[in-house]
Write a protein that binds this ligand. Structure first.
Ligand code: ADE
Length: 260
């Protein structure tokens, strides 16, 4: 998969694209990411990319013409109709589903906005506007990296272990079960003094059926406790459905007991 990122801060992408899973995927050629400096698409001596807003007001607005020029250059380079994502707090919220949809594209352009705004006329070339959450960042560079990371890890061959991508939290609408690794027994002082931090026995039992069942129960419990909103869109197997029913019945009985 190929990404073109258009930004006024290309340096912000150097380390994130060099390290970790994404860095390795680029090295192996599974992923191709080209970071383009918006200033290279200006025509004036001072390489100006922003200007004051018409009508007055604080802040600066990203100029439309360097962005149009950048998109024209990318289109000429790639020789195809572009999918253009603009990062913006006004956009549709990024979800696992939208990441999956974008990961099926062979090529995506990400335009990094500025929090003060982008000249509205660029929107005629934008396929979708994406927000990474209901908070405001200083610019679109971190959102662009978040979008790239969420999308790229779904591209076959980027993450080594395809199974872990398929099983991950959110792809089925359930939160992850708790994970532990060695050592099995650990004692560490906590807020209430020394605490025995042993790993749940079932995980050491070697009984794979019990482990699977325990993990399902934990995942469903966590989702019910922390993100019950996810359950409406979750795809649960029969066993998980039954666990959810049991938990919900148990809680309903508890509520009734309290009320009565
Ligand atoms: N630019 C500033 N804040 C943003 C956000 N939350 N998502 C996407 N782009 C942004």
């Amino acid at each position: 998969m190929t990404f073109d990122i258009v930004t006024i801060f290309p340096a912000m992408f150097e380390q994130p694209l060099a390290a970790g899973v994404i860095g390795r995927a680029i090295e192996r050629g599974v992923l191709d990411v080209k970071v383009r400096d918006l200033r290279d698409f200006t025509t004036d001596r001072h390489r100006v990319v922003d200007d004051v807003p018409f009508g007055g007001g604080p802040g600066m607005v990203l100029k439309a013409d360097p962005l149009f020029r950048a998109l024209d250059a990318i289109e000429a380079d790639r020789g195809q109709q572009l999918t253009v994502v603009l990062t913006s707090p006004q956009g549709e919220r990024l979800t696992q589903e939208s990441a999956q949809r974008l990961s099926r594209q062979a090529h995506v352009v990400v335009l990094c906005g500025r929090y003060e705004g982008v000249d509205e006329r660029i929107r005629q070339r934008v396929t979708e506007e994406v927000s990474i959450g209901d908070y405001v960042l200083t610019g679109g560079e971190l959102p662009a990296m978040v979008i790239l990371d969420a999308v790229a890890r779904l591209v076959p061959g980027v993450v080594g272990d395809e199974q872990s991508v398929a099983a991950d939290s959110f792809s089925r609408g359930l939160l992850d079960f708790p994970q532990y690794t060695r050592p099995a027994r650990l004692s560490w002082p906590g807020p209430q003094g020394a605490a025995d931090l042993s790993v749940p026995d079932v995980l050491l039992s070697g009984n794979h059926a019990d482990i699977r069942k325990w993990r399902k129960r934990e995942a469903v419990t966590r989702t019910l406790d922390r993100r019950p909103d996810l359950l409406a869109g979750a795809t649960l197997d029969d066993e998980e459905q039954q666990i959810l029913q049991e938990l919900q019945n148990g809680r309903a009985a508890l509520q009734k007991g309290k009320a009565g």
